[in-house]
Design a protein around this ligand. Structure first.
Ligand SMILES: [Fe+2]
Length: 294
């Protein structure tokens, strides 16, 4: 099968486009690379854009885009998706830097865009804001975690990295422990969007910068058990949650286990089902408050 192997960007609708754009550029340190009527494109590093903001009535994540390898055939990928009974559309020049894309809806209603990247950004290092490496993962609340997990694995070629009990799956499409995570809670909606930082000192500076601008942490800093990454969560101006993280587990597919970053209790750490235990959420002990689930 043809597998997607990288998240390219996420698209959000947001009521106050200017305020959310300012948050992404001034606080997160992404670069505004293109602007159309009611749409802005924001870049982090190598990709032309990592975040798209569209003016809309409600703050929500409406679309995720993934890349397939340069030698893969987009037409064959479209047939693969249609073979699962999924209605697809082919779009020419749908967005700046993307010549050809296949789009379809996932079972929770998020539009999925798949394309081959043939134009890269040549951004200079940003000197203001947090400046993450990249968009790392997007997490969702879902009504049927097994159904959506199966869709991402069967149709897009994701692999299961870990589960928390039977209600929270962590899926990878490349070496990173998770690119999509899905938590069954009774509704289909965005949970958080995560950006990768360099290390603990970058996390530390990011927390200070957020504090300086009035953004309080919802949860963290801490270290997740599942994925072993350092984390800190806050809410952006439109109410959606942003995570900053570092030291996420990385899979060595040939060996079938995760590289320790920095240490694991299992040796080796293979994909598994974790018990619903506080240490799966935070090895350092502090659990999220109710506000994380709003
Ligand atoms: Fe996360």
């Amino acid at each position: 099968m043809i597998r997607v192997n990288k998240i390219a960007h996420a698209t959000y609708e947001t009521p106050d486009l200017d305020k959310q754009t300012e948050y992404y550029t001034e606080i997160l340190g992404l670069m505004l690379v293109a602007k159309e009527k009611d749409v802005v494109y924001l870049a982090s590093t190598v990709d032309h854009h990592s975040v798209v903001l569209r003016r809309g009535a409600n703050a929500q994540c409406v679309s995720l885009a993934f890349q397939i390898p340069p030698d893969a055939d987009l037409g064959e990928f479209e047939k693969q998706v249609a073979g699962h009974g999924v209605k697809t559309r082919r779009k020419k020049d749908p967005e700046p830097s993307i010549a050809d894309a296949v789009t379809f809806a996932d079972p929770k209603g998020t539009t999925t865009e798949v394309f081959k990247r043939d134009a890269f950004a040549h951004q200079k290092f940003q000197s203001k804001g947090i400046v993450p490496f990249k968009l790392g993962h997007v997490a969702f609340h879902v009504t049927d975690v097994k159904k959506v997990t199966k869709f991402y694995c069967d149709v897009l070629g994701f692999r299961e990295s870990d589960w928390m009990a039977d209600f929270f799956s962590f899926l990878r499409c490349g070496p990173d422990h998770h690119t999509i995570n899905l938590m069954e809670t009774g509704s289909n909606r965005h949970f958080h969007t995560a950006f990768e930082l360099r290390d603990w000192s970058h996390m530390h500076d990011a927390c200070d910068l957020l504090s300086l601008h009035g953004y309080k942490l919802l949860w963290g800093p801490g270290r997740h058990g599942i994925g072993h990454n350092l984390f800190a969560y806050h809410r952006g101006p439109n109410g959606l949650i942003t995570e900053t993280f570092a030291e996420l587990d990385r899979m060595n597919e040939e060996l079938g286990y995760f590289e320790p970053r920095p240490w694991h209790r299992d040796a080796p750490q293979r994909p598994k089902v974790w018990e619903k235990d506080p240490s799966a959420s935070n090895l350092w002990g502090i659990l999220p408050g109710d506000e994380m689930m709003n």
